[in-house]
Design a protein around this ligand. Sequence first.
Ligand SMILES: Nc1ncnc2c1ncn2[C@@H]1O[C@H](COP(=O)(O)OP(=O)(O)OP(=O)(O)O)[C@@H](O)[C@H]1O
Ligand SMILES: [Mg+2]
Length: 378
Amino acid sequence: MGVAVEVEGLTKSFGSQNIWSDVTLTLPPGEISVLLGPSGTGKSVFLKSLVGLLKPERGSIVLNDVDIVTCSEHKLYETRKLFGVLFQDGALFGSMNLYDNIAFPLREHTKKSESEIKSIVLEKMEMVGLSGTEEKLPGEISGGMRKRAGIARALVLDPEVILFDEPDSGLDPVRVAYLNQLIVDLNAQIDATFLIVTHDIGTARTVPDNLGLLFRKNLVMFGPREQLLTSQEPVVRQFLNGRREGPIGMSEEKDVAQVEAEMAALEARGGDSHNGVGPKGASGGEAVPPQLEPTEGLPERKAQRRRQERVARMLHEFDQDTAAAIRASLPEDLLAKADSGAYEPTQGSGGRHWGPENGGDGTSRTATATLPRQGGEG
Ligand SMILES: Nc1ncnc2c1ncn2[C@@H]1O[C@H](COP(=O)(O)OP(=O)(O)OP(=O)(O)O)[C@@H](O)[C@H]1O
Ligand SMILES: [Mg+2]
């Protein structure tokens, strides 16, 4: 099972240029999360910080009890092996065929024999639908296939956490749809923790369990998909509907009067539902569309039930719209449990919106846990 990644108070600058400050979120184990944000807000910098390639000045990134920000080089090297990363530029070696590209981390980081490597590489290539292309060079295949090769390479060390930096950029809408299905299918098969950076609104609306938005050097919001998809926060609404009207401008932020005038005009035209089908998967359709399910024949996502229990426990934290959307996603037994008052309100969740189960040692690792009043989970 994937591990939780707990980010607390993270702040990153380059010289005097602050990129973001005080970012706090938890990637729940095995769940799929999407991070959105206008270009240049530091999404790639965030992913690189998670794997320890960049050093934030303040804050912590904890997984498996190791803080990536402050741990020793040796610990960092060990912990990095838990991650698989699909970098924004793909980062395949142009002179190496796909087989050797995908085998690279195994040859670099393990002492596996070539025959073991072969069975792993062929297995991962099959998982991403690239069987039979072992001999191809990256330059000889389509962009979509290069993304798949990058994903296969990110999978070979059996990561607990996978970071995807714009896996869908440069792909046509049909390829994006296939890629989204692939991501959900992979999650069902390996139950690792996924974090995806994307600009594709369709992906954001249908793939993840959780959504986050970086804007103006801050994490504006991070929470269950239902929370952001029903949010009335202007910047969240603007981004998830892919429209010009709102706080995000072409190159700079707009002033308040201009935003207010735009929003009034938009509402006069019928609001977001008037926009029809917008760019990159935006639509004026239902606020919370159904989430993509794994392809038939694959196992159910293990994170699904865990997530349902997690959000059932959080129901009271949300406004009516969000709570209604979450309730619609819950099975009968959890709804009954929530309604029976079995879940106590979270104390000072601090935007984290996630509390782990009581640990095996009888303690909970964060102050934000919400535990059932009576023990005896299932
Ligand atoms: N190694 C670095 N040294 C100095 N500045 C950097 C470095 N890496 C990134 N930056 C700066 O950090 C800011 C955020 O960059 P980043 O690439 O993370 O944005 P992004 O949100 O991923 O954008 P996009 O959506 O276009 O990929 C940019 O202003 C960039 O110039
Ligand atoms: Mg980027």
